[in-house]
Every structure is written in C-alpha cells, then in structure tokens.
Design a protein around this ligand. Structure first.
Ligand SMILES: CC(C)(COP(=O)(O)OP(=O)(O)OC[C@H]1O[C@@H](n2cnc3c(N)ncnc32)[C@H](O)[C@@H]1OP(=O)(O)O)[C@@H](O)C(=O)NCCC(=O)NCCS
Length: 170
C-alpha cells in the first residue's frame, strides 16, 4: 500500500470533500463533523481559520493517496496557553479502512502537531464502540483517561465518549 500524504484543506478540495461525505449518515456514528451534510460554508470557514499570520485554533487537512482524496484529519480545539489540541482522523470510505492508512495518517499528524506546532498534549475523543479508532490511538501511545457519559447525540441515541491523551515530555 502506498503511503498517505497530508495536505492543508484548500478551496480546490471543497467539492471533493462534500461529495465524499454525501453519505453523512454512514459517517455520523463516528462523531463531529458528520452529523449533518457537509457544506462548502463549513469548509471555507475551516480554511479561513488557518489564514494566519497568528496561530490558529484549528488546522484541517486532507488525506491524499495517489493524488486522490481519501479522508481528512485535523488538530482542533487548540489551547495555546496549555499547548493542548484535539486530533481527529477519518478515512471516508469503509473499503479504504483497516489497511493501515489511519495509523500512517495519525502518526504524521502527531509528528507535525508536536514537532512543528509545539503541542505537548494531544487529546482524542472516541465514541463508545468504535473499536478501530480506540485501537488506533492506543497503538500510537494515547492513554485512556476517562469517559464522558451520554455526550454525543447519534440519531436519537445518546452515546458515551472516551477520552484519551498522548503527552510528551517537552
Ligand atoms: C478510525 C480510523 C481512522 C482507523 O483507520 P484505519 O485505516 O481503518 O485503521 P488502521 O488499519 O490504521 O488500523 C488501526 C488499528 O485499528 C485496528 N482496526 C482496524 N480496523 C478494525 C476493525 N474493523 N475492527 C477492529 N479493529 C480494527 C487495527 O488492527 C489497528 O490496531 P492495532 O495496531 O492494534 O492492530 C478509520 O477506521 C476511520 O476513518 N473510521 C471512520 C471515522 C472514525 O472512526 N474516525 C475516528 C474518530 S476521531
């Protein structure tokens, strides 16, 4: 399997992202931002958030393989005073999952977040029952910290969210 590359979300990606998430109900059980149809406005806001020159509170990236967009990831909810950010990764199509792409992507994202953004604590929220996501973050050094009970509304059902974090010595 060729490696995945991360690129900053840009105007040129908007159409592809909206199309890829057309089946948002398949994605909704994995959490925000998939609980509603994606819109160009939401993506434009994310792009604008990184315009600088000051540091942003969120960075949105797309995951590219062989020139094709296969997913997205982000560092968001950044708290610069405490150098904390939250990570999220999504491989849009089920057929693309389970082949190491998520691991490759999160490893790159963590390296960038700690090495270039200077964050020292990365948090991950995993919806209860999302085994691939839980295994992914545990395999990259995240440690379980607790549960947020009935924290996410999923199609009329309240679900728990598990909190995990990766903490550097820096
Ligand atoms: C979660 C997600 C990013 C993981 O990426 P992936 O490419 O599917 O996973 P990988 O192949 O890199 O495997 C990562 C780990 O999950 C495990 N895994 C993968 N698919 C699995 C499955 N269907 N059931 C159980 N474990 C699974 C792998 O064995 C691996 O764990 P290990 O290192 O302990 O062996 C991807 O499945 C996805 O995008 N899911 C939908 C969106 C989502 O859940 N995002 C996370 C919320 S932030």
């Amino acid at each position: 399997m060729p490696g995945v590359a991360l690129r900053a979300l840009a105007e040129a990606h908007i159409h592809a992202v909206v199309e890829a998430c057309a089946d948002w109900e398949e994605l909704a059980p994995y959490g925000a931002p998939y609980w509603r149809p994606r819109s160009p406005a939401e993506l434009q806001r994310r792009i604008a958030a990184t315009a600088g020159p000051s540091l942003a509170s969120e960075y949105s990236l797309v995951i590219v393989e062989d020139g094709v967009l296969i997913g997205e990831c982000s560092i968001h909810a950044i708290d610069w005073r405490n150098r904390v950010g939250e990570v999220a990764v999504c491989i849009w199509r089920p057929a693309h999952r389970g082949h190491g792409r998520g691991h490759d992507c999160l490893r790159q994202l963590m390296s960038w977040a700690t090495g270039y953004l200077g964050l020292h604590r990365l948090e991950a929220r995993v919806l209860d029952g999302n085994e691939p996501s839980m295994r992914l973050v545990l395999s990259l050094g995240f440690v379980y910290e607790g549960v947020l009970r009935r924290r996410y509304l999923d199609g009329g059902r309240w679900r728990d969210i598990h909190m995990l974090a990766y903490v550097t010595d820096a």
